[in-house]
Unconditional design. Structure first.
Length: 116
């Protein structure tokens, strides 16, 4: 089992920044990738960013150049630094951890609201 706890969401004005954190506990040595999705009201969950155990990073085109995913292995924590936020970034952000056998664990979600 892997437990994920997110923090760092909130309300920010357009152009502002937020940093989300996702702390993991449990059988973390079996994790092959971690990342973030988001879901806006009335929309499907959308992939945002991924960082693999080997350090490969990928971003959705909609956030490339504005968001940065990183990790602190000593703290078993993954971060999502979000800069130049736009109203369309408003969503519930979910972190995930994918195991070596393809199972995904999810955090509880954290609300990010960007006002115009």
């Amino acid at each position: 089992q892997v437990q994920l706890v997110e923090s760092g969401g909130g309300l920010v004005q357009a152009g502002g920044s937020l940093r989300l954190s996702c702390a993991a506990s449990g059988i973390i040595f079996r994790i092959s990738a971690r990342g973030w999705y988001r879901q806006a009201p009335g929309k499907q969950r959308e992939w945002v960013a991924t960082i693999t155990s080997g350090g490969t990073i990928n971003y959705a085109d909609s956030v490339k150049g504005r968001f940065t995913i990183s990790r602190d292995n000593a703290k078993n924590t993954v971060y999502l630094q979000m800069n130049s936020l736009k109203p369309e970034d408003t969503a519930v952000y979910y972190c995930y951890a994918e195991t070596t056998w393809g199972h995904r664990y999810w955090g509880q979600g954290t609300q990010v609201t960007v006002s115009s």
